[in-house]
Design a binder for this molecule. Structure first.
Ligand SMILES: *Cc1c(COP(=O)(O)O)cnc(C)c1O
Length: 436
């Protein structure tokens, strides 16, 4: 059964007037070669939700820890973790309690007022990452936009760049989110096509090439924005020392180094921040995804006073950014990372997982790479597409998602234990055997 099959049958079978679920299901079923009755949830989502995704044909209805269950109560081990937003595991009890407790007391007030808990949350985030201040937003893309605004204003106010001349350097194959300014920095045609015009002042250089960075820096360069590991780009890991060299060059030329750790941060790669692998403290760091504990969108841009002081009241904001519910859940998410040793677990089990995956010998595997529980298996598209491989994994009870067509991603919640991981490794091996 394919989602495009659902789309066409749903569209052709439905008239303008209402039809009963029963009749739509029957016509969908008739149009599909699959003998399963199409899920009402798939049918409705396909019909009413804009088609900006192409989900695997499974309907998830509940989750607990590393597992999710579909509407037929079939269990899957989640190797996708909502692009690392679910590092704490699904419905982590401490986070659910924090959310419920706070929701019963105070939810949203806006930053027009001080609110109990926001300061404590940001103090914790600053203490853990070593920055002086943080600006709270909701989604990762908003925090990236915040970083860009900070960098530009810093360039005008502190570096002395002429008005409207500030430049940002980014890398080919980057992923920083989906807003217009952010896709304007993308090198991926599909992310950009049809969405222009884009803001000016962006230079794109090859990833993992420090010499290209130095060559691209001009007197107007405000910042170099980079992912320590390119996640959506295919779990691409630059050579050891790359980020350290970038940091040196940025310092030399008075350019801000800003690391987008929305996906790599908060323990995912076996360090709290992935830039620690290279001993680097960037001028600014962007966090999101796991910061919301798998329950809410919570993001931050973190920096020291030198950068953050460019913001004055009214410059920038968000109705929900740092709202009491987010602050409470974000604080608990950070505490759990420490209390439960999630970063250490990611390092230890990540090494083990990588070793086990590398031991699988199959002609379709062209590369296995990763850091911590952030692993990509590159597949030869002439043998199997990553999408088909992920569909086969799903049949074995493992949910994953291809990235960049040829890479199967393995990024389970960081609360996973060795027994659960060993079960997954057996299923992954079995899937490769089934390919033969
Ligand atoms: C997911 C992601 C973003 C965007 O986060 P959203 O919450 O989807 O806006 C930005 N940067 C990186 C590296 C990401 O992986």
């Amino acid at each position: 059964m394919s989602i495009s099959g659902v789309d066409s049958s749903g569209t052709t079978s439905q008239s303008q007037s209402d039809q009963s679920d029963q009749s739509v299901n029957e016509s969908s079923k008739a149009a599909s070669n699959d003998s399963d009755q199409l899920s009402t949830n798939i049918r409705l989502e396909s019909q009413y939700c804009a088609a900006n995704y192409s989900p695997l044909p499974v309907v998830l209805s509940r989750g607990e820890g590393v597992y999710v269950w579909d509407e037929n109560d079939r269990r899957y081990l989640d190797m996708m973790s909502a692009y690392s937003a679910v590092s704490h595991g699904h419905c982590n009890p401490r986070l659910v309690k924090a959310l419920q407790d706070q929701a019963a007391v105070l939810g949203v007030v806006s930053r027009a007022f001080f609110s109990e808990g926001l300061g404590t949350f940001l103090q914790k985030a600053c203490a853990m990452t070593g920055y002086q201040q943080a600006l709270p937003m909701n989604t990762g893309a908003e925090a990236v936009e915040t970083a860009l605004k900070a960098a530009r204003k810093w360039a005008y106010q502190k570096k002395g760049v002429a008005d409207n001349k500030a430049e940002i350097i980014v890398c080919e194959n980057n992923f920083h989110g989906r807003t217009i300014a952010v896709v304007g920095m993308s090198s991926e045609p599909q992310y950009r096509d049809g969405f222009g015009p884009f803001p000016a002042g962006v230079t794109i250089i090859p990833y993992a090439d420090a010499a290209a960075l130095e060559a691209a820096i001009t007197d107007n360069t405000a910042a170099f924005l980079v992912e320590p590991i390119q996640g959506e780009g295919g779990i691409l890991i630059p050579p050891q020392g790359y980020l350290a060299e970038c940091a040196r060059l940025c310092k030399k030329h008075n350019v801000l180094l800003i690391c987008d750790e929305v996906q790599t941060g908060l323990g995912r790669t076996g360090k709290l921040l992935a830039c620690e692998h290279d001993g680097v403290k960037p001028d600014g760091v962007i966090l999101g995804k796991a910061l919301g504990g798998g329950l809410l969108p919570v993001s931050l841009f973190l920096a020291d006073d030198e950068v953050m002081s460019v913001f004055t009241p009214g410059d920038h904001g968000s109705t929900f950014g740092g709202y009491p519910l987010a602050a409470r859940v974000g604080l608990e998410a950070l505490r759990i990372i420490e209390d439960d040793g999630l970063t250490e677990n990611s390092a230890t089990l990540g090494d083990y997982f990588l070793e086990q995956l590398r031991a699988i010998s199959h002609p379709s595997i062209t590369d296995v790479r990763g850091k911590g529980l952030f692993i990509g298996v590159e597949l030869d598209p002439k043998i199997i597409s990553a999408r088909t491989f992920c569909e086969m994994l799903m049949e074995e009870g493992i949910l994953s998602k291809d990235t960049h067509h040829t890479v199967a991603r393995f990024a389970p919640p960081l609360v996973i234990n060795k027994e659960q991981l060993d079960w997954a490794i057996e299923k992954i091996k079995l899937t490769f055997e089934r390919l033969d």
